[in-house]
Design a protein around this ligand. Structure first.
Ligand code: AGP
Length: 611
C-alpha cells in the first residue's frame, strides 16, 4: 500500500530518495516525505498530495545528507495531511512504515501516560516513540528497533534512521514487502524492485521477521531470533526502461501495448511443440500427485480473481479436474473444505496481496498442494508456495492491471495443458493443437491494438455515460467482469459485468436509451453465439446502445450493433486473452477523456498489503 525507500552511501540522498519514490508512487499517493540525516541533524520534509509537491519542497530547500529514508503513503489511519505523512520523527529518530499496528491505541495511551505527545493521527508514529524510548534506555539502534517491534501487534515494513547514528539504516519486515538493493559503496532498501533498478540489479528479499542494518559498506541481516541470516542475492533482469513510460502518456497505455510481448515472454521456453507438452521450471509435483488431484481451488482478488474464473474453464476443459474459484478475502475467513488431494493456486500480480497470501497459507496449513501464479519473483506469495509459475509481464506500474491479467490467462492455459498431459487427458496431438493456438495469440493481440482509433471514437461517444453494462457468455463472462472493473476503477463510472444469460434476471431493468451495453460476441458456437445474439436484440428492443466486440467478418452482429470493435477469431478458451484488450483500451480512453489520473486512480493502491 505504501512505498518505502532508503539510501546510505556517499551521494546526497534526497534526490535518490525522491527518484525512488517516483517509481513507487503507484503504491500510494496521498502524501509523501523524506528524512535525511546530515551533520547529526535530522531533516524531515513532507507534503500532502502527489509526489511532485514533495519534490518541489525538496528542490526549494534540499535537505543535506548522504543517508535517508522516504515514503509515499496510502492512508489507513488518519486522513492525508502533512502531519500524517511519513517519515514520523521523535527525539531524533525517524521512521517510515508500511503496514498496520493493530494495538496502536493501547500503545499510544501507555506512551501518553509517560509524557509522550503525538503529532499525527497515524498508528505508525508509535514506532518512532517506542524506538526513541529504547535508545534512551541505552540500546543501540538495531536493538532498539527489535525491542520496539516486539511490542507491536500487526504488520510492518519499517525503516529507521536516527540523528545520533548517521552511518546506518535499520529496517525490518513482517508481512509487508521489503527488498534490499546491493551496490559498491552504497546500499538501498525499497518496497519494490523498480524503485532501485537505476542503481542496482542485485537484490535480497527479506524474509518475515528479518532485520537488516545497512551501512555504505555492508548489509547485515538477522532473523527473527536475532541470529545472523544468510539470504540469497538475486539478480533481476528487468531494465530501468521497463519501469519507464517510454513515450506513452500513461503507464497503463504502455502496459496495454506491451501485451503481445508480455504474453510471448510468458510462453517462451515453456511450450514444447514437438513433444506436445509444457515445460514449467520448478514444477515439482510428481505425476502421482497430479493424478491424485481431485479438485483445484483458485484463490485471488480483483483482476486476478477474474483470471481465475477464465482459468477454471481452461483447466476443467484441458485436464478435466473440477475447479473452484474463490475470493481470497472470503476463503480465509470461512472454514473451507481442503484435502491433501486438492491443488490450491494463488494468483497475484504483486505476490503481496494480504488476503491472497493468507488464503494460500490457510490452504497449505490444511494440507493442500500449493502453487502460485505471480508476476514478482521472490514476492511473499511465491515464497509461500512450493511452485510458482512466473508471468513474465515485467513491472506493472499502472494501478489498473492489464498485462498482468492477460499473462495470468496464458499461465493458466499452460498449467491446464500440463495437468492435462500428466493426467492422460490430452493426447500429444491434441496438446500440440492447443499449444499451437497459444503461440498464435501475441499476433492476434497486435491486430487488436491496431483498432485503438475505433475504440477511442467509441470512448468519445460515451465518455459522459452514467453507467455501463458488460455482457459475455462462457469464457467471456470473466472478460465482461474484467471490462467492468477496468472501467469503474479508472473512469469512476459505475459498471456491471454479467453473464449474458443472467441479464433477464435483473440487469435488464437498467436498460434505456442512455445505457451503453458492451456485448462480447465472438462467433463461436461454444460461446453460445446464438444466445448472445438474443441478448443484443433484447438490449436493442429497450433502446440500449450496443457496443459489440465482434469477430472479423461477422456482418450479423455488425448490423445489429450501434458500435463495433472488431477482433480476430481465437479458439474459445483463449479468446479472453484477445477480447480483453479492447475493453482495457475503452476504459483507458474514457478515463483519459474525463481528465482522470489514469495511473493512480482515487482511493486505490496497486498492491493491497492490508486487509
Ligand atoms: C486491478 O486492476 C486492481 N487494481 C486489483 O483488483 C488487483 O487485481 C487486486 O488488488 C489483486 O492484486 P494482485 O494481483 O497483485 O494480488
Amino acid at each position: 500500500m505504501c512505498g518505502i525507500v532508503g539510501y546510505v552511501g556517499d551521494k546526497e540522498s534526497a534526490p535518490i530518495l525522491v527518484s525512488g519514490l517516483k517509481k513507487l508512487e503507484y503504491r500510494g499517493y496521498d502524501s509523501a516525505g523524506v528524512a535525511v540525516v546530515g551533520r547529526n541533524q535530522l531533516n524531515v520534509v513532507r507534503a500532502t498530495g502527489k509526489l511532485r509537491n514533495l519534490e518541489n519542497r525538496v528542490v526549494a530547500e534540499p535537505p543535506a545528507g548522504t543517508i535517508g529514508i522516504g515514503h509515499t503513503r496510502w492512508a489507513t489511519h488518519g486522513r492525508p495531511s502533512d502531519e500524517n505523512a511519513h517519515p514520523h520523527a521523535y527525539r531524533g529518530v525517524a521512521v517510515v512504515h508500511n503496514g498496520i499496528i493493530e494495538n496502536h491505541l493501547a500503545l499510544k495511551e501507555e506512551l501518553g501516560g509517560s509524557g509522550h505527545v503525538f503529532s499525527s493521527e497515524t498508528d505508525s508514529e508509535v514506532f518512532a516513540h517506542l524506538i526513541a524510548d529504547e535508545q534512551e534506555r541505552g540500546l543501540e539502534l538495531k536493538d532498539a528497533v527489535r525491542a520496539a517491534v516486539a511490542r507491536v501487534r500487526g504488520t510492518y515494513a519499517l525503516a529507521v534512521v536516527c540523528a545520533q547514528d548517521p552511518s546506518r539504516i535499520v529496517c525490518t519486515k513482517d508481512a509487508s514487502p521489503m527488498v534490499l538493493g546491493l551496490s559498491v559503496g552504497q546500499n538501498f532498501l525499497a518496497s519494490d524492485v523498480p524503485a532501485l533498478l537505476e542503481h542496482t540489479r542485485d537484490f535480497v528479499y527479506m524474509e518475515e521477521g528479518d532485520l537488516a542494518v545497512l551501512t555504505a559498506e555492508k548489509v547485515e541481516i538477522f532473523d527473527r531470533e536475532g541470529r545472523p541470516a544468510n539470504r540469497p542475492t538475486r539478480r533481476i533482469d528487468w531494465t530501468p526502461v521497463m519501469a519507464e513510460k517510454g513515450g506513452h502518456k500513461h503507464f497503463m497505455h504502455k502496459e496495454i501495448h506491451e501485451q503481445p510481448r508480455a504474453v510471448a515472454d510468458t510462453i517462451r521456453g515453456r511450450v514444447l511443440l514437438s513433444e506436445g507438452d509444457v515445460h514449467l521450471e520448478g514444477f515439482g509435483f510428481t505425476p502421482e500427485q497430479v493424478r491424485a488431484i481431485t479438485k483445484v481451488t483458485v484463490v485471488a482478488c480483483g483482476t486476478s480473481y477474474h483470471a481465475g474464473l477464465a482459468g477454471k474453464l481452461m483447466i476443467e476443459s484441458l485436464a478435466r479436474i473440477p475447479v473452484e474459484v474463490e475470493l481470497a478475502s472470503e476463503f480465509r475467513y470461512r472454514d473451507p473444505i481442503v484435502e491433501p488431494t486438492h491443488l490450491c493456486v494463488a494468483i497475484s500480480q504483486s505476490g503481496e496481496t494480504a488476503d491472497t497470501l493468507a488464503a494460500i497459507k490457510e490452504a497449505r496449513a490444511r494440507g493442500a498442494l500449493a502453487m502460485s501464479i505471480c508476476n514478482v519473483i521472490g514476492s511473499a506469495i511465491t515464497r509461500e508456495t512450493a511452485f510458482s509459475l512466473i508471468t513474465n509481464a515485467g513491472p506493472e506500474i499502472g494501478v489498473a492491471s492489464t498485462k498482468a491479467f492477460t499473462t495470468q490467462l496464458v499461465a493458466l492455459y499452460l498449467l491446464g495443458v500440463k495437468l492435462g498431459r500428466l493426467r492422460g487427458r490430452l493426447t500429444v496431438r491434441e496438446a500440440q493443437r492447443r499449444l499451437t493456438h497459444l503461440t498464435e495469440i501475441p499476433k492476434l493481440m497486435e491486430a487488436v491494438l491496431r483498432s485503438e482509433g475505433a475504440v477511442k471514437r467509441i470512448a468519445q461517444a460515451f465518455q459522459a455515460a452514467q453507467g455501463f453494462l458488460f455482457l459475455g457468455r462462457g469464457p467471456m463472462h470473466s472478460v465482461a467482469m474484467e471490462g467492468a472493473l477496468k472501467l469503474k476503477e479508472i473512469s469512476y463510472i459505475h459498471a456491471e459485468g454479467y453473464a449474458g444469460g443472467e441479464m433477464k434476471h435483473g440487469p435488464i431493468a437498467l436498460i434505456d436509451d442512455k445505457l451503453p451495453v458492451v456485448v462480447i460476441a465472438p462467433r463461436d458456437p461454444q460461446i453460445a453465439y446464438e444466445k448472445i445474439l438474443g441478448n443484443i436484440e433484447e438490449v436493442r428492443t429497450r433502446g440500449g446502445k450496443v457496443i459489440a466486440v465482434l469477430e472479423e467478418g461477422d456482418e450479423q452482429v455488425r448490423k445489429l450493433a450501434d458500435h463495433a470493435i472488431v477482433v480476430p477469431p481465437a479458439p474459445a478458451l483463449l479468446a479472453p486473452v484477445v477480447a480483453t484488450v479492447p475493453l482495457q483500451m475503452l476504459a483507458y480512453h474514457v478515463a483519459d477523456l474525463r481528465g482522470n489520473d489514469v495511473d493512480q486512480p482515487r482511493n486505490l493502491a496497486k498492491s493491497v498489503t492490508v486487509e
